[in-house]
Write a protein that binds this ligand. Sequence first.
Ligand code: NIG
Ligand code: FE
Length: 414
Amino acid sequence: MDLLFINIKELLQVRKDPITFVSGKQMNELPSIKNAYLVVKDGLIYDFGTMASCPILQTFKIIDATGKIMLPSWCDSHTHLVYAGNREGEFVDRIKGMSYEKIANRGGGILNSAKKLQETSEDELYRQSKIRLEELMKMGTGAVEIKSGYGLTINAELKMLHVIKRLKDTYPIEIKATFLGAHAVPLRYKGNKQGYLKLLIDEIMPKIAENRLADYVDVFCETGYFNVADTELILKGAKSYDLRPKIHVNQFTAIGGVQIGIAYNALSVDHLEVMRDEDIEALMGTNTMPVALPGCSYFLSIPYTPARKMIDVGLPLALATDFNPGSAPSGNMNFVVSTACIKMKMTPEEAINAATINGAYAMGLENKVGSITIGKYANIILTKPISSYAFIPYSFGINQIEKVFFKGLEIEPI
Ligand code: NIG
Ligand code: FE
């Protein structure tokens, strides 16, 4: 249906000329129009401006947005939302003092989720995953990246990617798929990591490429998982299949993951809780988007990505949820935006830029979503009547969203 929103208190993230992403000082600028209208036609943003120049469109459905703020939907560029079961038992173990690392070493963590997923049918995995996808859509996310990586066998990795494809074919939200076979070394390859890397590159990647099941490749580049040489092997292999890297780096230790990502033209390097000066310097002037995952820092009680330091030297930053059963069991981008302001000292403008246009860039969707620009998908959030946009991060944990639209179609918010 074609829509005309009128009397919008403030229309945020208005970019008449398309941009790819914002960095440094620009991150603190959030262009907006007060007392605005917005026209949606054929699922796309068709026109917008101030109420003084609002057109008369008799056949359009008119939505009065008096007192309400409108912004592009959140762009969540890093999730693992396809998984089987949950890990609240490990959560309780951590509360009692056991570390994430210790839990992983005793066979929990990623391997625990992999075991569950291998035992779950594709239909059941789809059923569990679609509940999470619907939840995050209702919380205002309009584009999402989803990773494999809880399969760790040929069949189970392909099962995950098939579920992602099914979600993509079913829901109006924009979805990008990432192959994360190198998430952990499965038990049967214990002591034979090279054998597992070979399986990923020689057996699984060709199947993925043949059926176009992934857009990107990911590696958990971390002490005890995959080192820089392992990561390079995967990225080199992936390059021949046109899978651009979006990799997990610097979550617990800084081992050179940022640099290897940049060397292979990574679209993004994600986590970055532990950043050395040389890691920050390496990112300067590159096309690689740094991505922070404050929900993970919150849930695991690990450091937050040094956003202030990074933005102040001129870098861009994107924000994502990392939605997964072990380190961030929440796909709520509103919480992420709040936490970025509260814990990482990002301004509301920086956080909203990081969670919209920069997130869109971090999954290659900057031409389709992430800003109010003519021709982009009408994936938009309409808030409840609120005093100002700073109220969104300020009122943490409280839903300020009244309506969400995907290509102009309204779905019920939570
Ligand atoms: O991004 N760090 C690697 N992967 C996930 C967590 C995996 C898990 O605990 O299941 C993350 O934090
Ligand atoms: Fe992750």
